[in-house]
Design a protein around this ligand. Sequence first.
Ligand SMILES: NC(=O)c1ccc[n+]([C@@H]2O[C@H](COP(=O)([O-])OP(=O)(O)OC[C@H]3O[C@@H](n4cnc5c(N)ncnc54)[C@H](O)[C@@H]3O)[C@@H](O)[C@H]2O)c1
Ligand SMILES: O=C(O)C[C@H](O)C(=O)O
Length: 308
Amino acid sequence: MAKLAIIGAGAVGTAAAHWAAVKAVAEEIVLIDIVPDLAKGKALDLAQGAPVEGFSARIWGTEDFSALSGSEVVILTAGRPRKPGMSREDLLKSNLEIVRSCAEAVREFAPECVLIVVTNPIDAMVYAAFRVTGFPRERVLGMAGVLDSARYRYFIAEALGVSPRDVQALVMGIHGDHMLPLVRLANVVGIPVTELLPAEKIAEIVERTRKGGGEIVSYLKTGSAFLTPGLSAVEMAQAVLRDEKRVLTCSVWLQGEFGFSEVFIGVPVVLGKGGMERILEFELTEEERRALKKSVEAVRLQMALTGL
Ligand SMILES: NC(=O)c1ccc[n+]([C@@H]2O[C@H](COP(=O)([O-])OP(=O)(O)OC[C@H]3O[C@@H](n4cnc5c(N)ncnc54)[C@H](O)[C@@H]3O)[C@@H](O)[C@H]2O)c1
Ligand SMILES: O=C(O)C[C@H](O)C(=O)O
C-alpha cells in the first residue's frame, strides 16, 4: 500500500494533500505539523470531501513524526513563506533550522523514502536536507522546475490563445531571478515559439516567469503561491509512486552533468520508483551555459550560508 507523508500542514502542504487525494496517488496520506492539532484538523476537513469527490485514500494528521514510518515519498513543505518586500534568500536562516529538524526525522523514520523538498530558498534547503539525511542523490529532490515550467507554459499559452496542454517549455537553473526559461526549446506541439510570437513578447514572458513567485506574493500579501506549488510536488510524487518515468525538472545534486559538480540546480530528470533515475543531459548554447553558470554561482552562495 503506497503511503505519502507531507510535512507542514500550511498552505502548500494542504494543497499537496488535496491534489494527492483527488489524483489518488497513494492509499494513505499523512499530514504532519508541529502546531498542535493543525494537521489533524486539515486532514479531517479534507477527508470529509471523500464522499463528494469519490476518493478513497486514508487521510490523517498528527504532530508525531513517527507517522513518517513506511512512507515511500515524503514531501517537505515546513517553513515560512515570504511576504512582499522579501526575497526567498531572506528565509534561509529561519527555514534552515526547520528543514534540519524535519530532515533528521525523515532520516530516522523513513530512511528508504524519496524526499521532495519544497521549502524556500529551495536549492539551499534541498542541499541541507541532502546533507542531513545522508541519502543518495537519487532520493533527494527539490521542487521548483515543475512550477516554473508550468508558469512559463501558461504565459506562452495565454499569449497565443492556445491550450496550455499543447505548450512544452523548460525552465532550468536556480529557483530565483537567475532561472533559465529556455526560449530555444519552448514550442507549441513542436512549433518553436520563436516562430509564433515576436521577440519582445517572448522577452516579457521570460521576465514574468522569472518573477512569477514574486507576482503572486505581491497579490496575496500574507504568503506565497500554494495551489500550483502543491500540485507540482504531487506531480513529482506521483511519478515516483507509480514509476512513471516522467521527465520533470527537479533541483538535483550534479556530479559533472552540464559541466557542474557538487551543486543543487534545476535540470530535467527521469523520475521513477527510486527517485531520480537519470539526468537528461543535452548540449547548451554558449549563452545558455553562461546563464546556467550564473545560476550555479547564486546557489553556491546560498549553500555556503547553510554552513553544511
Ligand atoms: N519550491 C517552491 O517552488 C515553493 C513554492 C511555494 C512555496 N514554497 C515554500 O514552501 C514553504 C511553505 O509555504 P506555505 O505557504 O505552506 O507556508 P505556511 O506558513 O502556510 O505553512 C508552513 C507550515 O510549516 C509548519 N512548520 C513549521 N515548522 C515546522 C516543523 N519543524 N515541523 C513541521 N511543520 C512545521 C508551520 O506550522 C506551518 O503550518 C515556504 O518556505 C515557501 O516559501 C516553495
Ligand atoms: O515566491 C515564493 O516565495 C514562493 C515560491 O517560490 C513561488 O515561486 O511561488
